[in-house]
Design a protein around this ligand. Structure first.
Ligand code: GDP
Length: 467
């Protein structure tokens, strides 16, 4: 731990905020912070988890003092801190220029500017959290909605870690048993072992399957359901968009992995997040192509998980609507048709619409009035039923939300399937261990432990070899 240097960074947002926190962590954190802080107490004399008021002061070589800011210093001594190291946080006024000056002073005093995520990396290296928990911290920070937040919090509390450890425990037990039996056949028998192992693997595989099956829900929770609102001009797309965005208006985010300048809007519908595609296109109807509505619909249908097809209930269906339905039919997507403007007299032929849209059994039709804001709750229930299997309880359930975890689970599953294959082919037991260990290692990647860390320990710890 001592080999780690002392780092600092502004821990709060970089805008103009009421308070800005500069965080310092590492073996010299207290000593260096003492050099820049003048308060009633010296930081080195403060008990852990206490705060003191004072100034951040830049003392030049010729002894001249410049007060940079008033501050409250908070001291958290290792190992009982986030990073497990000695940590000092300065609560400063929240201006980017000022905070930059504080960081600059600290750097001149001997700390290093932290890299992104370095505080959390130290928490991991210090053994305070495992890899799933570290990733959960990032997810919590990035959470766009309540569900994503709750599932990340559950991961942070170690839910996923415990599950993975449980599965690994079983795998390592069997590996160790094989090793022991090969080593010491007098005391450990392999009679009937392959059959037992085969059965046990079925159980383990189904646990992995269960985790994998949450990953689609996990993705939708984390990223939101990508949703295209389509329909002919004047059907009410823009009004529906506004209804969906409601009070919690337009969170505009730059999503990683999409075209750099793509702006997305999110709607939060009773906890379900919709990531709305091409909201600019819906608002801006000056475009000739958009006025027809069909070409735009085609493009957006392709990139959506969910299509909200808006039909104007106050006018008859026209070829434009029929053309759009054709486009929908060409893609196998979840579709909810919203008959809009139910506050006006109904003119549209609902039977015709129903027969046009019923090419897929799951396609649902709902009547709404974007103007009066009716139908929003029914819509959110329909979406939940369509996308999430069963009841969702984010406090207790584990959801796989990371691609990295998904990949590791797939790899583990494949390795275990290979073991089953070897059993079926009556191969000798030492063939099993290679694939068992590969699965063990893949799962270890999820929680960030390497094979070397614990294979030997586990084998010799959990088995009293008696020699
Ligand atoms: P878009 O072209 O599909 O985006 O349609 P807009 O949302 O711009 O709506 C077209 C027109 O229909 C506007 O004048 C809206 O005020 C009106 N409109 C939209 N939804 C409703 C509704 O539920 N009821 C009524 N009476 N008018 C609506």
């Amino acid at each position: 731990m001592d080999s780690r240097d002392t780092i600092c960074a502004v821990a709060t947002g970089l805008g103009r905020t009421g308070i800005g926190i500069v965080r310092v962590s590492g073996k010299d954190a207290i000593k260096i912070c003492d050099q820049v802080f003048e308060g009633k107490k010296k930081i080195s004399e403060m008990p852990t988890y206490t705060a003191a008021f004072g100034n951040i002061v830049d003392v030049s070589a010729d002894g001249k003092k410049e007060i940079i800011d008033e501050t409250v210093a908070l001291v958290m001594k290792g190992p009982h801190s986030y990073t497990t190291e000695d940590t000092v946080e300065f609560d400063c006024h929240g201006g980017p220029f000022l905070l930059g000056k504080v960081v600059d002073l600290l750097i001149r005093s001997g700390v290093r500017a932290a890299e992104p995520g370095e505080f959390t990396k130290r928490a991991y290296l210090g053994g305070r959290i495992d890899m799933t928990e570290a990733e959960a911290v990032m997810d919590i920070i990035n959470a766009e909605n309540d569900m994503a937040l709750k599932s990340s919090l559950s991961q942070l509390r170690g839910g996923l870690k415990e599950k993975i450890e449980e599965i690994r425990e079983k795998i390592i037990y069997n590996t160790a048993y094989i090793e022991s039996a090969l080593d010491d056949p007098e005391n450990y028998s392999l009679d009937g072992f392959p059959e037992r192992l085969d059965k046990e693997l079925d159980g383990t595989l189904s646990e992995i399957e269960n985790l994998l099956s949450t990953s689609e829900d996990g993705r939708l929770i984390k990223e939101g359901i990508s949703t295209a609102i389509i329909g002919r001009p004047n059907a009410g797309k823009s009004s529906v968009l506004n209804m969906l965005l409601g009070e919690e208006r337009a969170i505009v985010t730059n999503i990683e992995g999409t075209t750099r300048d793509t702006l997305e809007e999110y709607a939060n519908l009773n906890g379900v997040t919709l990531r709305l595609i091409d909201t600019a296109g819906i608002r801006n109807t000056d475009d000739i192509v958009e006025k027809i509505g069909v070409d735009k619909a085609k493009e957006n249908i392709e990139s959506a998980d969910l299509i909200l097809f808006i039909v104007d209930g106050a006018v008859p269906l026209n070829d434009n609507d029929r053309e759009i339905i054709k486009k929908i039919k060409e893609n196998d997507k979840n579709v909810i048709t919203l008959i809009n403007k139910t506050d006006l007299d109904s003119v549209m032929d609902k039977e015709e619409l129903r027969s046009l849209i019923s090419f897929k059994e799951d396609n649902k039709i709902l009547e709404i009035s974007a103007k009066e804001g009716t139908g929003k709750d029914e819509l959110s229930h329909l979406i939940r039923d369509m996308f999430f299997s069963g009841d969702i309880d984010y406090n207790s359930e584990i959801y796989i939300t990371s691609k990295r975890h998904r990949q590791a689970l797939y790899d583990a599953k494949n390795s275990l399937l290979k073991v089953k294959e070897s059993i079926a082919l009556s191969m000798s037991e030492d063939f099993f261990t290679t694939d068992l260990m590969a699965a063990y290692e893949s799962l270890g990647l999820i929680i960030g432990v390497t094979l070397e860390d614990d294979l030997a320990d586990k084998i010799f710890e959990s088995f009293c070899m008696g020699k």
